[in-house]
Design a protein around this ligand. Sequence first.
Ligand code: SAM
Length: 252
Amino acid sequence: MDLSQPPARQPNDAYVQQGLQQLLAARGVGPQLFDGTLANYLRRIHVAKMLALWEAFRLVQDLPGSVVELGVFKGQSLLLFAKFMELVNPNDRSCSVIGFDNFRGFTQLREEDGGQDLRVDKRAGGWSSQGFYDELKAHIHLFDHDRLAGHKPRIKLVEGDIMDSVPRYVADHPGTCIRMLNLDCDLYEPTLVGLQHLYPLVVPGGVILLDEFAFNEFPGETRAVRDYFGERMPRIRKFPFYSNPGGYIIKE
Ligand SMILES: C[S@@+](CC[C@H](N)C(=O)[O-])C[C@H]1O[C@@H](n2cnc3c(N)ncnc32)[C@H](O)[C@@H]1O
């Protein structure tokens, strides 16, 4: 696969299929996965995760602005949001999916995050996707070849520590409007900085997903939400069929 090959205006089925097969082969999986069995390999919880993100996306499908994600990891939610956007808003070129991550995992735990917990990889350097970065780029490349007007970017990755990259991005892009903010970096500091800089940019009716809200394993995320809103805590809702996101807000 040649990542420098620019996408055409129309999807290129054969190229995408071949590229995905290459990625699967590198993981020791044969092309038979595409013979009509792909969904059989998804567990109930995988389907639930996709449906929760879909339900959230449906709430904002007719709002202006982009989807912004803090915490990309290997790109599952980022690519799902981009695919939803491409399905629902294919002709709207004003919106994109912007993902922030250092791709090196948690920088440091603060007191608010509770102690290290290896069962959920909560430690400095936990949830690193460093070794997956090239594969993520390949998936974004294939996504661009699999959609209309693939030559116009739909996904932006902003690499770096959220503590710096988010305030810098906001200063450099004063026109940013957000229809959905997915807070999925699990920890106190980046969640609080995300709320401080990005919540004001969420349009009325926009949705803020709080992936680990009310999770005992990651108390820092709930604490950041409490510290940011204080006594003006908005109503926090929940999709009843799955644990994540732990809560979500519809901004009034
Ligand atoms: C739980 S994962 C995100 C999962 C992803 N949304 C998905 O659907 O698979 C958390 C991510 O937050 C990132 N992260 C946490 N703190 C960060 C920080 N201060 N700066 C940049 N990225 C950070 C980690 O690198 C990790 O990739």
